[in-house]
Ligand binder design. Structure first.
Ligand code: NAP
Ligand code: ZN
Ligand code: ZN
Length: 347
């Protein structure tokens, strides 16, 4: 066992405080990673504040993790000591079901093991996340990070990045496609960068007019301030694909009406409340309402190669550990440009 430094929420909605706990000794197939950077995802905030139902405390959030491998188990073949490695939203799955075998472990039929706010397969050990100085993980669930990427902007690729890359690939974003991204936060800005690099025409739908300049600099062809409701008319039946990354409730019917024939709106944001869908919003243009959850290990590796090729990383604000609580409040106020990343040396 090795003791690690961390920040944890001790109860629902409590401010995060310094915390220590033990990580297991690396087993035969495990790698130990000294964490250098940990991104703050809005899912961390939802869970620490128990917005998705009962959560497990103490909770060390964080599922956008980057660091260097410090120890490897006797059977590890994927990594050696010193390698730059990343960990995302899950740390285990059955590795036997058809979805695991197909490399889409996030849809493991028995359920993947999240990076925190759950128990390990033993049913008793609380899994703790990335706001910590080290993690021990089965080698399969860690990814190699290209050394050519700007390290500060890499951690958010492991959740925000893959969560947008995967649906853009699945629904064939590319030249000739009209893609809209709702919400320019951590996830949304990665979706914008990827959709632009894939060759789609990209529209950002944002309720923050002040983000227009940044959106255009990141490749947006169009920027629409949704606080001006005239967009419902001007953008009617325009898009092939809409990705909804908004962390709060919104009127889904308004956005469904922006889909052209056979268009798809993908639900990605998880406000924790049900949407109210009008049948007419779907059937009039044979539209689809879909969902998408992060991405598998193989797809994350593909995304990291894509990032190296196009030199794509996240726009980040680096913070110290004692700024985590303020960062949570700023994220909820849509005041993040565009992802907070914790320098874990300050834990
Ligand atoms: P974030 O950085 O806080 O960004 C969310 C964005 O949503 C904000 O920047 C804002 O964009 C918009 N927004 C927020 N409140 C709004 C409101 N009241 N009305 C309209 N727009 C609002 O959050 P994130 O980390 O990108 O995560 C977004 C959501 O995705 C969260 O619910 C998170 O839990 C979920 N998530 C899902 C998956 C998955 O696998 N499906 C993975 C990770 C996260 P504008 O200022 O541009 O309007
Ligand atoms: Zn996340
Ligand atoms: Zn499985």
């Amino acid at each position: 066992m090795a003791q690690v430094r961390a920040y944890a929420a001790l109860s629902a909605g409590a401010p995060l405080v310094p915390f220590t706990f033990d990580r297991r000794e690396p087993g035969a197939f495990d790698v130990e990673i000294a964490i250098s950077h940990a991104g703050i995802c809005h899912s961390d905030i939802h869970q620490a504040r128990e917005e998705w139902g009962p959560a497990i405390f103490p909770m060390v959030p964080g599922h956008e993790i980057v660091g260097r491998v410090t120890r490897v188990g006797s059977e590890v073949s994927k990594f050696k000591v010193g390698d730059l490695a990343g960990v995302g939203v899950f740390v285990d799955s059955c590795r036997k079901c058809e979805n695991c075998m197909a490399g889409i472990e996030q849809y493991c039929t028995g359920g993947m093991t999240g990076t925190y706010n759950t128990y390990e397969k033993d049913g008793t050990t609380i899994v703790q996340g990335g706001y910590s100085s080290a993690i021990v993980i089965h080698e399969h669930y860690a990814m190699h990070i290209p050394e050519s990427l700007n390290i500060e902007g890499v951690a958010p690729l492991l959740c925000a990045g893959i969560t947008l890359y995967s649906p853009l690939r699945h629904w064939n974003a590319g030249p000739g496609k009209q893609v809209a991204i709702i919400g320019l936060g951590g996830l949304g800005h990665m979706g914008l960068k990827f959709a632009h690099a894939m060759g789609a025409e990209v529209t950002v739908l944002s309720h923050s007019a002040s983000k227009e300049k940044d959106a255009r600099a990141m490749g947006a062809d169009h920027f629409v301030d949704t606080s001006d409701k005239s967009f419902k008319k001007t953008l009617s039946k325009k898009f092939d694909l809409i990705l909804n990354t908004v962390s709060a409730e919104l009127d889904i019917n308004t956005y469904l009406s922006l889909l052209r024939l056979h268009g798809t709106l993908v639900v990605i944001g998880l406000p924790g409340k049900p949407y109210s869908v009008e049948a007419g919003s779907l059937l009039t243009q044979r539209r689809s309402l879909a969902g998408s959850m992060i991405g598998g290990i193989a797809e994350m590796e593909e995304m990291l190669e894509f990032c190296a090729k196009h030199q794509i990383t996240s726009e980040v604000e680096m913070i110290n550990a004692d700024q985590i609580n303020a960062a949570y409040d700023r994220a909820v106020a849509s005041d993040v440009r565009y992802r907070f990343v914790i320098d874990t040396a300050t834990l």
